[in-house]
Ligand binder design. Structure first.
Ligand code: 3H9
Length: 708
């Protein structure tokens, strides 16, 4: 008997006495309204059909269920709600078995927890990752998971959002059985038959005894609460998770479910949910650049890196970690030896921390070779140049690459600022030249700007994106300009910070205000970490082209002139005790600031932290709008991802452009116009911002328009 209903992604089919309920909702079997409806009616039908002795729920495709359909959040919810579906499954009077493969995440795991028996095949990934979306499990997960596996392990899953494999799921007690093969349907059928043969009873997770040791459960909850207070800076949902698990211990199941619902809806209504879900989709959207749709990547097995400094070595490590063959070229033996040491020390540190074996290190380094001759790059599929930031030096490297590299090799520069069109035009194959702007340390930082010069071919760009995928980086497409997306915008909001510094705020107050907003560090802490000499060199380079009418704050130069470059010199905006990475305020820096104020004729005034953030963000958003308007970033969401992945922007705020939409573009524009009264040259409203406000539109409307 088959009861296929074409209007639902749920198919039910009786095989023997087992009703197979299959979920087919590509791409990841998310629990959209049709899936929820279909599951509800499938269980109802199985309940009343006397031919059915048990129900088996499976996912078709690669996954069981990846969770609630997160595109529905923020819209009017349509019944049935997922908790009701889960309760219906659990209430079924016939055994319900869930066979898990691929993702069984969030609401997907909650469906499985509501079933009476669970099996996972190898490769299954189970988890309650809602916290990463600003949420908490909202379909019984906070009540069933602790009852099943205990408060501590359940909190561990929910607060980290981590995925566990089938073996660990079995060890935790999340599943009862491991399948031997990958075929969840066959494994599930065999398990269901076995349960029927054994006359296995209906067994409800809401009755499970995982919280029976009340003292241990209470201790786990208290420990989690303390941990959340210490670590989840500014996040809303972790506390709610702890509260809900406490209810699992203290309240009857139904009351716990009601509390879970209330708390879940608070999370749904929070701007953090909107910000984090925006970030989730934006990170997937950025990979869909026009070139990745238009062309296939070129082969990409072996790579070359020119330059063995911090950047070159970090890039080499990132590539080695991705399993690639890497050749490093340096100009002489000594430099090469230094480059090799820079690479090896990353692995040595892992070995000394016990995170890598000496054997594994040797295996990785077997794929690494060094040379002082460019000829060794003749067979490389892709070469990244990471030498000194100087046009003449870079062009000389590219001339060599043009001479030795095989036809079709992708030739990339890691420049942060230089004109890549000019580099490309200097060789015979501009179609192969692009920018791959890594961030330091390159083997750790997630962001990779893929900078697309005018004459590059689509397949070279697609290869850049493929490299990012291999390296597990978040790639953002950027156009050519001074600083591309990230550093160009950074230069502007750093300037806004320097103006506030000269006008009366201390670097320590500015850092504090920015941290309160959700950044891990403020701009002056970042400057000290990165090294003040880098920014100093950039300022000197730009001095000749700076608008003479523009306000220029000299405080940073005064600090650099003293050789105070930040952490590496023990002194910058902050003082660093020997070996310490956290600084303390420096009265001498404040004296320099005072002297510069007097010199500039500035009467210092006080700033509230709120005003600091308002100015800092307004500068960032305005330049972000310019970058979008000029096509340097494809969409506002590309700016958002750049700042979340590369500049410490708090993910839960969704990125600067999403944040601007949240506070309202009209307010941002009004701020800029207000600030412009003091300095109309700096605070020039972006024409894009003005246009959007006039049309009553927001940045997200541009994101959506680009998807059509
Ligand atoms: C929840 O469950 C709340 C409940 O507790 C309570 C409810 C009352 N919805 O990542 P990929 C899309 S909260 C809608 O590239 P992969 C994704 O956008 C949810 N769409 O593939 C992409 O679309 P496109 C808890 C989703 O193989 C496509 O699927 N669950 C969802 O690298 C492929 O995605 C989670 O947080 C979704 N839930 O990774 C899990 N998930 O092709 C979130 C994905 O148009 N998902 N899409 O760009 C993931 O972690 C990964 O997507 C997964 C697959 C591991 C499943």
């Amino acid at each position: 008997m088959a009861t296929d209903t074409p209007s639902t992604p749920i198919t039910s089919r009786l095989v023997g006495k087992v009703m197979l309920v299959s979920i087919d909702n590509p791409p990841v079997n998310a629990l959209g309204v049709d899936v929820r409806r279909g599951l509800m009616s499938a269980i109802d039908a199985a309940e009343t059909d006397s031919a059915v002795a048990a129900v088996l729920i499976v996912g078709s495709g690669r996954n069981f269920i990846a969770g609630a359909d997160i595109r529905e959040f923020g819209k009017t919810p349509l019944p049935p709600a997922l908790p009701d579906v889960c309760n219906r499954i659990e209430a079924c009077s016939k055994p319900v078995i869930a066979a898990l493969q691929g993702a069984a995440l969030g609401g997907g795991l909650e469906v499985a927890l509501a079933a009476h028996y669970r099996l996972a095949v190898p490769g299954a990934k189970l988890g309650l990752p809602e916290v990463q979306l600003g949420l908490m499990p909202g379909a019984g997960g906070t009540q069933r998971a602790p009852r099943l596996v205990g408060a501590g392990p359940a909190l561990g899953l929910m607060l980290s959002g981590r995925h566990v494999g089938a073996d660990e799921a079995l060890a935790l007690g999340l599943v009862d059985r491991l399948g031997r093969s990958d075929d969840s349907l066959a494994e599930g059928q065999a398990y269901a038959q076995e349960l029927l043969d054994a006359d296995a009873p209906v067994r409800r997770t809401s009755d499970a005894k995982g919280l029976a040791d009340r003292d241990a459960s209470r201790a786990a909850i208290d420990a989690a609460r303390a941990d959340v207070a210490a670590k989840s800076r500014g996040l809303f949902s972790p506390e709610k998770i702890v509260e809900a698990v406490e209810a699992a211990l203290d309240l009857p199941f139904d009351e716990g479910m009601r509390l879970e619902r209330t708390l879940f809806m608070q999370c749904i209504d929070s701007p953090q949910r909107a910000g984090l879900i925006h970030a989730f989709f934006a990170e997937r959207e950025v990979a869909k650049a026009p070139e990745t749709k238009a062309a296939q990547p070129r082969p990409l097995a072996s790579a070359g890196v020119v330059g063995g400094g911090t950047m070159g070595a970090g890039i080499a490590v990132a590539m080695l970690d991705a399993g690639m063959m890497v050749t490093m070229v340096e100009r002489d033996g000594d430099s090469l030896a230094r480059g090799r040491v820079n690479v090896e020390k990353v692995y040595d540190s892992l070995v000394s921390k016990g995170r890598m074996s000496a054997d594994a290190k040797a295996k990785v380094l077997a794929r690494f070779s060094g040379a002082t001759s460019y000829d060794t790059l003749s067979q490389a599929d892709l070469v990244v140049e990471a030498v000194f930031e100087d046009m003449t030096v870079k062009k000389a490297v590219f001339t060599e690459l043009d001479r030795v590299c095989k036809p079709g090799a992708v030739l990339a520069t890691n420049t942060s600022y230089l004109d890549i069109d000019e580099i490309a035009a200097s060789i015979s194959r501009p179609q192969d030249v692009l920018g791959l702007h890594f961030f330091s340390p390159a083997h750790i930082m997630k962001l990779l700007e893929i900078v697309v010069p005018a004459r590059v071919s689509a397949d070279s760009v697609a290869t850049g994106f493929e490299l990012a995928r291999k390296l597990r980086k978040v790639a953002v497409r950027a156009g050519v300009c001074d600083g591309f997306i990230g550093n160009r915008i950074l230069a502007v909001y750093r300037q806004a910070a320097d103006y506030m510094l000269e006008d009366g705020a201390s670097p320590y107050q500015i850092d504090e205000a920015v941290r309160e907003f959700g950044y891990p560090m403020g701009p002056y802490q970042v400057a000290d970490l990165a090294g003040g000499d880098i920014g100093w060199a950039t300022r000197k380079r730009r001095a000749a082209t700076r608008d003479p009418r523009a306000r220029y704050v000299e405080i940073a130069d005064r600090i650099c002139e003293r050789g105070w470059f930040g952490q590496k010199t023990g002194r910058g905006y902050y003082l660093y005790a020997k070996g310490s990475r956290s600084g303390t305020p420096d009265p001498e820096v404040l004296a320099i600031v005072d002297a510069e104020r007097s010199k500039a004729g500035v009467e210092p005034r006080s700033f509230s932290n709120e005003e600091i953030v308002r100015r800092y963000l307004a500068a960032m958003i305005n330049e972000g709008a310019n970058v979008v308007r000029e096509g340097i970033a494809l969409r506002p969401l590309d700016v958002d991802v750049t700042f979340i992945a590369g500049y410490g922007f708090p993910r839960y705020r969704g990125g600067p452009m999403k944040y601007a939409d949240t506070v309202g573009l009209a307010r941002v524009l009004a701020d800029i116009r207000e600030f412009a009264k003091e300095d109309p040259l700096f605070w020039r409203p972006s024409p894009l911002l003005v246009d959007l406000v006039e049309r009553g539109a927001d940045f997200d409307s541009l994101n959506k328009a680009s998807q059509v």
